[in-house]
Ligand binder design. Structure first.
Ligand code: FES
Length: 102
């Protein structure tokens, strides 16, 4: 069973935005899509760019370095769905966003 750890307050990440953060040794990208939070690995599969700092449009984030795009609800790469970033479970309790890493 995975433990959820608090990583942010929900109001820090308004709808349509994301955040890059560290949870232990893990680099995490956390996004707010219309009030629903999604988390995945934050290190781009191309050259390690900070995916959590990319622009979010709908459910698609664009890596700020060279434009790789990922669906934040699944972590899958848009151009090549055979590859993707590991998604993580998210829960929000009393305005606190928590992520579980197995
Ligand atoms: S490092 Fe993300 S697109 Fe190049």
């Amino acid at each position: 069973m995975s433990d959820f750890e608090a990583v942010a307050r929900a109001e820090e990440i308004p709808p349509g935005t994301g955040k890059q953060l560290l949870l232990g040794d893990h680099v995490i990208a956390l996004f707010n899509v219309d009030g629903t939070f999604y988390a995945m690995d934050g290190t781009c599969l191309h050259r390690g760019g900070p995916v959590g700092e990319g622009d979010l449009e709908g459910t698609i984030v664009t890596c700020p370095w060279h434009g790789f795009q990922y669906d934040v609800t699944t972590g899958r790469n848009v151009m090549d769905p055979d590859i993707g970033l590991t998604p993580y479970k998210v829960e929000v309790t009393d305005g606190v966003v928590k992520i579980a890493i197995d």
